[in-house]
Write a protein that binds this ligand. Sequence first.
Ligand code: NAD
Ligand code: TYD
Length: 355
Amino acid sequence: MRLLITGGAGFIGSNLLQQIFRQDPPEIVVNLDSLTYSGNLKNLSNLESHPNYQFKKVDLRNATDVSKVVNTYAIDHVMHLAAESHVDRSINSPEPFLETNIMGTFNLLEACRQNWKESTGPKRFLHVSTDEVYGSLGPSGLFTEKTPYQPNSPYAASKASSDLVVRSYGRTYGLPVLITHCSNNYGPFQFPEKLIPLVTLKALHGRPIPVYGRGDNIRDWIHVDDHVHALWQVLTEGIPGETYNIGGNQESSNLDLVKTICAILDVKHPSSRPITETNQVLPHESLIEFVADRPGHDFRYAIDNRKIHQTFHWEPTYNLSTGLEQTITWYLEQTDWWQDILDQRYDLKRLGIQD
Ligand code: NAD
Ligand code: TYD
């Protein structure tokens, strides 16, 4: 296998690469990433000198450069993860989402279509999408692979659009495409603008913890290790043209989740609990602040895992409480990783973690 991973320097991509290189890695694994604010090569420093690993700093929006990588490395398998990925950013500034997620995906599809025309041998194009394309659930029900698309944020709309273009390349040109829709991931290396690392770092710094609305929105959380394991199974065992939903079976309201993180920190890091003027020590959850809701905020996501379970016998191995303990321990131990982001790589005022 000659594998191209896009977005390998991001959260899920770097966990995927680490898992691939812990096992028997393919002949060549090329990581194509333009290193936006959320891409971080430090996540992969242990792989730099591995003979099977190559990093290419390429922007998916540059069709010529993308095609060159596919051609030069004679790529035959693709795992496409690179994207603009944060809903709040897509609300503030939708354009890069449309450019990277739609046109970037188109450029990658074209590169494969052109370069794979003349060559024989097995090929696969796995497009990593999200459950957010399905829109919002009420208090009951689950997203299946047949649920109609109803994206509500510019992020979700851009991912839904890219899914449709991918699908069309399968139907029209016979490209061996596969699409996955996963629920909310958490785990090591997640950029601290997403809920779980954001709450952890805000709490550690004694900053107000913003909970949108009343905190009653529900997400289905999956540990990133379980997600990347499923992605590998879909790439190697999936049927081209098929779509697979991937979920953690771990639903939680945002408020419950935030309170659980705070309770874990009370035990694991009691020194950051807030202290009042009268020297009273408060639990971390006293930092919770209810703030204005996100526009178009989807109420609930939840995944029906039956297809991927029945097809590959895949199932999530983490429950949310053990996964959260492990993840928060990682953030407590890897202070250099996030301090570097806070010091050098990001607009601190926007995150509101430090002055
Ligand atoms: P991330 O933001 O952590 O990483 C995205 C990576 O893509 C970064 O390394 C970034 O540098 C790279 N990138 C962005 N624009 C690029 C461009 N124009 N050219 C080349 N590289 C570019 O995101 P993530 O959370 O790791 O998500 C990865 C994929 O998984 C995305 O496609 C996302 O839609 C999907 N997904 C994420 C979740 C989740 O909960 N995080 C859930 C389901 C699906
Ligand atoms: P997020 O991590 O941004 O993922 P997504 O929007 O893709 O689900 O947010 C998870 C949930 O947490 C979502 O319902 C919005 C909510 N949220 C907050 O309440 N406060 C915050 O500061 C953030 C970033 C998210």
